[in-house]
Design a protein around this ligand. Structure first.
Ligand code: GLC
Length: 445
């Protein structure tokens, strides 16, 4: 293929991606998918604005500002914001954010958060603005980011160790990722769900499921896992989404690796924003931020040569491998020798190397399933995070290779939600917003 032909294909992908983002737009914000996810999601909007900033900085800013309309009075940013007249819809009714006194008065939201991609998105949008506009933009969101990071440390790091705990797998953004499901199966699956599974009565649950009306069930969570997640959500609602209360009941909590790596990077971007504005961050927050950079190192396990999430209650590493193991590259706070180790696992055929990398679970894992959601398929956002991470440590050639393979996936299978890592076939819903937005970012950065 000539350079000219390659360029034409890239231009076509950019135009198609813009069209997807236009069709998924709901006024000031973008749905991850009009069909499957008809609301606003936290980290989706961050990835979406990172793509949109290349051709419409105003819309990219609006995306973030609409998300912040859902921010709680205590600083929490929910993973879902329900804009408009949604009171009769199933999801807002299920969450009932009003049970918590800090939820916003004029807008319904979920009651839990998602990986803190906000500061990265804000800075990436800022890169496309001139200095005066950038300062203005940063001023608009500075307090929101501070309040959010303070909430994370105050509410979710009770032992003041620098690692934030999560109370539901949905908060990790990688809903049914093996480390989470392993813990859930061991600790929290109620007897009645086991009973339904044994008697195969769990199949009846399909009637109530919304996702499998659009996507074949073998590509989604199985019924037992889906029931467990909804059961857990209900328990959180009963405790009004108050962390103290939740921890006091028979719950489980995880210091999630992906989340904390993203937090470390978000802290880096927050420092950058403060510097541009000539401001000093609150001293308590700064202390906590420093702790995070150090605490991520504690998640390394020498015997297996990997980073892992940690169980908050038992303080033990959850040694179940997943794509999260690579996220310390994105954090930028690990030593170079560990980063080299991670790069080797990306190259290894026993681990993450596959025809269409990077699988969400390494191929040798007993959990690996090439088609099932976060248990094997390749996702564009995690590829984006790993590529950013490789660049942090100067592995630019590796970053280029993964970017090239990611664009091949998109060229052949469109802007799917996720992809089969063996044959590259499309999985999940099509015309998925962050796949489109991050393709634009790959091609225009
Ligand atoms: C699923 C994904 C999550 C995403 C949401 C909306 O729940 O696991 O990461 O934010 O869908 O796209």
């Amino acid at each position: 293929m000539t350079e000219k032909e390659k360029h034409e294909i890239e231009l076509e992908i950019i135009e198609d991606a813009k069209e997807v983002l236009k069709n998924n737009s709901s006024g000031a914000f973008t749905n991850p998918s009009k069909l499957l996810y008809p609301h606003q999601w936290f980290w989706d909007s961050c990835f979406i604005s990172i793509g949109i900033r290349h051709y419409d900085t105003e819309r990219a800013q609006d995306e973030i500002l609409s998300l912040l309309k859902g921010q709680w009075k205590n600083g929490m940013i929910p993973n879902i914001v329900f804009h408009g007249q949604v009171y009769k819809l199933k999801l807002p009714k299920m969450w009932r954010s009003e049970v918590n006194p800090f939820s916003p008065d004029d807008i319904k939201t979920s009651g839990i958060t998602q990986p803190p991609m906000l500061a990265d998105a804000v800075v990436k949008i800022g890169e496309k603005l001139d200095l005066a506009e950038r300062k203005n933009w940063y001023r608009m969101v500075y307090q929101n980011i501070i309040k959010y990071h303070e909430w994370l440390y105050n509410e979710r790091d009770p032992r003041k160790q620098g690692l934030v705990l999560l109370i539901h797998p949905w908060e990790s953004g990688l809903d049914n990722s093996p480390p989470w499901m392993d813990e859930l199966h061991k600790n929290l699956t109620p007897k009645w769900i086991h009973y339904l599974e044994k008697t195969k009565l769990d199949s009846l649950y399909s009637i109530f499921r919304y996702d499998t009306k659009f996507v074949p069930s073998y590509q989604r969570l199985n019924n037992t896992d889906a029931m467990c997640l909804y059961y857990m959500q209900r328990k959180l609602r009963n405790q009004q989404y108050i962390t103290d209360r939740i921890l006091g009941h028979d719950s489980f909590a995880i210091e999630d690796l992906t989340f904390n790596c993203i937090l470390a990077k978000a802290n880096y971007y927050l420092r950058k924003i403060a510097k541009t504005l000539n401001k000093t961050l609150p001293s308590n927050l700064m202390k906590n931020m420093e702790l995070t950079d150090k605490a991520i190192q504690e998640l390394w396990d020498d015997s297996t040569g990997q980073f892992y999430s940690r169980d908050y209650l038992t303080h033990e590493l959850i040694k179940v491998p997943s794509i999260a193991s690579l996220m310390p590259l994105y954090s930028g706070v690990i030593d170079r020798d560990k980063a080299i180790h991670l790069v080797k696992s990306i190259e290894s055929h026993d681990s993450f190397s596959m025809p269409f990398p990077i699988p969400s679970v390494p191929v040798k894992s007993e959990w690996f399933d090439q088609n099932r959601y976060w248990q094997g398929p390749t996702w564009i956002n995690t590829n984006w995070l790993v590529i950013e991470g490789l660049k942090n440590y100067g592995f630019n050639d590796h970053a280029e290779i993964i970017k090239k393979r990611t664009m091949e996936l998109i060229e052949h299978s469109g802007f799917s939600e996720y992809f089969n890592p063996i044959d590259g076939s499309p999985l999940g819903i099509d015309n998925f917003s962050w796949s489109a937005a991050l393709a634009i970012d790959f091609l225009m950065t």
